[in-house]
Design a protein around this ligand. Structure first.
Ligand SMILES: Cc1ncc(COP(=O)(O)O)c(C=O)c1O
Length: 380
């Protein structure tokens, strides 16, 4: 059976050469815009492509503002700071995510609380979130949500749209609103994914995207903060650019800021990649359809878009019978030229976060043993 899978994937990609999990594709104006950026001498964080890329992203996702950053991790870090996460705060997130989600919380010296994911969306479970908040928190006289166990304020919640599949983000936002918790959406993987017709990343106070080399579009390294809040957008721009106060010749900085701006070179790539985005999504959805039909015959569960959503199918995944089958599958495919990867080890099992407070994590644990990512490069 594993041979059939390798044959199918190699057949789809029409190659017997080694197949990485997700390769970038540069089929449009990338070189042209990069050359223009070089010729202009504006290669760093000032230049027309940065602004253009931000405008294109804001238009595409339907947000009022978009602020480009050096990567998705820095965007998350700033996103958390924008909603007031600091060393006194706690932040709810899912244990089944890429390390950057939890790291960004640690960069703020805040503490993560891990709440389970849904089995169907792979994202934060609205139901388990609500149960946790009902049982383990109270609202104080300042309308803050206080964790009964630690007496600390739960300031933010970071749901993540895993592999481009939307979580039940409207329910999560409603629950968080009731507890005065700000939602920072980790949409690093979900550019081009929608929930109930609205683009992911635009439900919370702040949304965050990544343009790492393995994402649906890439700037080499890059990220984006999106928000509808003008004050937050201004502040995001300010603190990602060293908190420099505008002045014709003096260097004045009014707080500790960050050098987190995207370069004009990277943004030039981003603008060209945005021009290909719709095509990439169409191709990814076509590949997912083929996978779905193929795996149905093998009685292996291929992860499809959850109800009420449209996925970009950035990273395809299957659910195997158990951990042993998963390991056999990983070994066979990787030994035979098709790169596959297990899903992330749960954050609460990593040394840095092993003492974090957790809810019941039965779905995350079940998925951790079984989910494998399979070839997902765009075929153009
Ligand atoms: C869920 C998630 N969050 C955050 C990031 C961080 O993005 P970056 O690699 O651009 O820092 C990534 C991807 O890399 C991711 O998959």
């Amino acid at each position: 059976m594993y041979k059939d899978i390798v044959d199918f994937i190699q057949g789809y990609y029409q190659t017997k050469a080694f197949l990485p999990l997700h390769e970038p594709r540069f089929i449009g104006n990338e070189k042209k815009y990069l050359n223009e950026a070089i010729d202009s001498t504006f290669v760093s964080s000032v230049g027309k492509y940065v602004t253009q890329f931000e405008e294109m992203m804001a238009n595409f996702v339907g947000s009022q503002y978009a602020i480009a950053t050096s990567n998705g991790t820095s965007a998350l870090h700033i996103g958390l700071k924008l909603v007031g996460v600091d060393e006194n705060a706690e932040v709810i997130t899912q244990p089944l995510t890429f390390i950057a989600t939890a790291n960004a919380i640690a960069y703020c010296n805040a503490k993560p609380i891990f709440i389970d994911v849904d089995r169907d969306t792979l994202g934060l479970s609205a139901e388990k979130l609500e149960t946790f908040l009902e049982e383990s928190t109270f609202i104080n006289e300042k309308n803050e949500c206080i964790n009964k166990k630690t007496n600390k304020i739960i300031k933010a919640c970071v749901p993540m749209h895993t592999f481009g599949h939307a979580c039940k983000i409207d329910e999560i936002v409603t629950i968080c609103d009731n507890y005065n918790i700000a939602v920072v959406e980790d949409s690093a993987e979900s550019l081009g994914s929608y929930y109930k017709g609205q683009h992911t990343g635009t439900f919370g106070k702040v949304g965050v995207f990544s343009f790492n080399g393995n994402k649906i579009i890439t700037t080499g390294g890059g990220g984006m903060i999106v928000t509808d809040d003008e004050a937050l957008a201004k502040r995001a721009k300010h603190i990602t650019t060293t908190a420099k106060v505008p002045h014709p010749y003096e260097y004045i900085h009014d707080e500790v800021g960050y050098n987190y701006r995207l370069t004009n070179l990277a943004a030039a790539l981003g603008v060209a990649q945005m021009e290909s985005l719709e095509l990439f999504i169409e191709k990814q959805r076509h590949l997912a359809e083929k996978y779905q039909a193929f795996f149905k015959n093998l009685e292996i569960e291929f992860i499809t878009e959850p109800q009420n959503s449209i996925s970009n199918y950035w990273l395809n995944a299957v659910i195997l019978k158990d951990r042993e089958t998963r390991d056999e599958f990983l070994k066979y495919t990787n030994d035979n030229g098709v790169m596959t990867r297990s899903i992330w080890r749960l954050m609460n099992k990593l040394e840095m976060f092993k003492d974090a407070q957790c809810g019941d994590l039965s779905n995350a644990e079940w998925l951790e043993d079984r989910v494998v990512n399979i070839s997902s490069s765009v075929v153009v």
